[in-house]
Design a protein. Structure first.
Length: 95
């Protein structure tokens, strides 16, 4: 990595945006039902559009869930999952 004087390097994650847990999101791209499996219990799931608006928000306490995203328009979305020790962020595409 090249460092330059007078610049601030911002890494891929922010404060508390990492977790000891991992998640598997499938299928991706998705058409109607998205499955999420985690190695620990998920506390909250948010789906955000490219404008940063929350389009789905679910509170839960499970390591597996299915989201019906059939009402979302085609495009790229961010998935933000709150775990006990931080957040996991993933991107997915709706066809």
């Amino acid at each position: 990595m090249l460092f330059r004087s007078g610049y601030i390097h911002v890494g891929p994650t922010g404060i508390n945006e990492h977790s000891k847990f991992s998640i598997n999101v499938y299928p991706n791209p998705v058409k109607d039902i998205m499955n999420i499996k985690a190695t620990g219990n998920m506390q909250e799931i948010q789906v955000l559009n490219l404008l940063g608006q929350v389009v789905i928000n679910q509170t839960l306490n499970t390591s597996n869930c299915s989201l019906n995203i059939s009402n979302l328009k085609a495009g790229l979305y961010d998935l933000k999952i709150k775990m006990a020790d931080g957040f996991i962020n993933k991107k997915f595409t709706v066809n």
